[in-house]
Design a protein around this ligand. Structure first.
Ligand code: 3UK
Length: 508
């Protein structure tokens, strides 16, 4: 059981705590244009906290929308909001005015901190007229955050908050429907640092963290900010990484821990031989299921056994995972120390090994939706029901099947798209694929594969037939894709998740 003091400010614990532990001179953050020591990061956070309280006059518990790509200033803004006793509402760079407006009004946001290059969508957002400060602008610009910061150089004494005061509202990426705001306490931010990274990653002060998830996505907030700060390590924050530039950055920064989604690892595996990745010792995959073929390709390219982990915005971070010799390809892993997991049927009864049901988890973090009736569906007696179909094996390993709402039902059979995708990814012609159910009069749904071919492979009836035969020969034939569509790329969210609803709805 994790214990934290009743009065706790998570940002202060991380930053002032780092100073108390003698880490002032260590590098905390490396951006494209700057490198910040722990002391410099803390000084910057303190200046921003003063601006929030004094210049903007914000009270404890005020919600502050923060918008920017991954960079040290974005990280400092999030930490400053929290250190000042306010509530950070980080948002992803690609969100448009409409989505930002929904978030701002649902979270009752009182001020906005925004990277100058991303202000247009904030200006166009309803509700308008919120106090706005911009970073990465010349000091003489009227809304310059940096200009305000220059007027404050005293340390900001940590705002005295309770361990269970809310400090973060994170919105789900919303692959379908209205985004849900999830609320997290100060102690939650520390609890995630003291579970997955400590036990599964064994993070150390000399680790260099790198990766793609936005800081506005809790996968990125943990992996690229909170986890490194908790142990005195360093995070590389870069914007707009491609598989190629991420590989180059790993080489250049001698990164040791990488966080990204399966689709990125698939693409990086193809290019890895051109880079020196010898510094890398751990690669974490999350966001969607990790196919065995992707794990194998990455291992062949780098020698590394990937660390798959399932997390959720509702749970803040990863709660089932496995690393090193505990890895079992095809399984996500076992509950991270601190968490429990089980499989439930539709009536909430526990299912035994081998039975497919709803994944439920319990631990130090958990779902608290912001004013949302869906809370009732998510949490039952302390168990969080994630919306995923899983099964547990005799040894307590958890195996992903599909999202509950993505299960394909064809002629009475339940088919998990991920299982068909897994097989297709083993075919040498396939670079990426997504398998969905398409409405069909006769069968209810038919299995439909959307396939991106590797360069040089011709699309056409012959390839489609070859892929269908390939699937039939490897899993129960009723699961084979009756329809195969070739595509240039697949629709994905900013967090690397396949947007299956788009595959299903696209008229072709
Ligand atoms: C799916 C996975 C199989 C699963 C997240 C790590 O993805 C994160 O949060 P989201 O709220 O989505 C949650 C849903 O995504 N998923 C995530 N990881 C896996 N499915 N294997 C996996 N390894 O459907 C889950 O319910 O966007 C991931 C850390 C923090 C996060 N917020």
């Amino acid at each position: 059981e994790l214990q934290y003091p009743a009065r706790l400010n998570s940002a202060a614990e991380l930053l002032d705590g780092a100073s108390a532990r003698g880490w002032d001179g260590r590098t905390a953050l490396v951006g494209t244009r700057e490198r910040l020591s722990y002391a410099a990061l803390r000084a910057r956070v303190d200046r921003i906290a003063h601006v929030l309280r004094q210049d903007l006059g914000l009270a404890s518990g005020s919600r502050v929308l923060v918008r920017g790509a991954n960079c040290p200033m974005m990280a400092a803004c999030i930490l400053a909001v929290i250190k000042a006793g306010c509530i950070a509402v980080p948002t992803m760079p690609l969100l448009r005015a409409r989505e930002l407006g929904t978030i701002a009004s649902r979270a009752r946001v009182g001020a906005v901190l925004c990277a100058a290059g991303l202000r247009a969508e904030v200006d166009a957002m309803e509700p308008g007229g919120l106090p706005l400060l911009l970073f990465d602008v010349p000091d003489d610009a009227p809304e310059s955050l940096e200009a305000r910061m220059a007027a404050h150089d005293s340390p900001y004494p940590a705002h005295d908050t309770a361990a269970d005061d809310i400090c973060l509202i994170s919105f789900t990426s919303g692959t379908t429907g209205v985004p849900k705001g999830t609320m997290h306490f100060h102690r939650d931010l520390l609890a995630i640092c003291d579970c997955f990274p400590r036990h599964t990653l064994a993070t150390q002060a000399d680790d260099v963290f790198i990766g793609t998830p936005p800081l506005a996505f809790t996968f990125g907030l943990g992996g690229l900010l909170l986890f490194p700060l908790r142990v005195g390590a360093c995070a590389v924050l870069a914007e707009k990484l491609s598989p190629e530039t991420l590989l180059a950055a790993i080489q250049e920064q001698r990164a040791t821990v990488c966080f990204t989604a399966p689709t990125f690892y698939r693409q990086m595996a193809q290019l890895a031989d051109r880079f020196d990745l010898s510094s890398l010792s751990r690669s974490v995959s999350a966001g969607e299921a990790l196919p065995v073929a992707t794990r194998a390709a990455w291992k062949a390219a780098t020698g590394l056994e990937m660390i798959d982990g399932i997390g959720a915005t509702e749970m803040l971070h990863i709660f089932i995972s496995a690393a090193g010799s505990a890895v079992r390809p095809g399984a996500t892993g076992k509950p991270v120390p601190g968490y429990q997991a089980c499989i439930l049927d539709e009536d909430g009864r526990r299912l035994g090994p081998g039975q497919v049901g709803r994944l439920a988890v319990k631990g130090p973090t958990g779902c608290r939706y912001l004013d949302d009736p869906r809370q009732r569906n998510y949490v039952h007696e302390g168990w969080n029901i994630t919306g995923d179909a899983y099964q547990m094996d005799e040894d307590g390993y958890f195996h992903y099947c599909s999202r509950l709402d993505d299960m394909i039902i064809s002629a009475g059979y339940n088919i998990a798209g991920a299982e068909v995708e897994e097989v297709l990814l083993h075919h040498p012609a396939v670079a990426e694929c997504g398998v969905v159910g398409r409405a069909d009069e006769e069968r209810g749904q038919v299995v439909e594969a959307h396939v991106v071919l590797k360069p040089g492979v011709a699309a056409g009836a012959e390839t489609a037939l070859a892929l269908q035969e390939f699937v039939k020969a490897r899993i129960a034939p009723y699961k084979y894709p009756r329809v195969v569509r070739f595509r240039e790329q697949l629709p994905r969210t900013e967090t690397g998740k396949l947007q299956r609803f788009k595959l299903r709805s696209d008229a072709v």
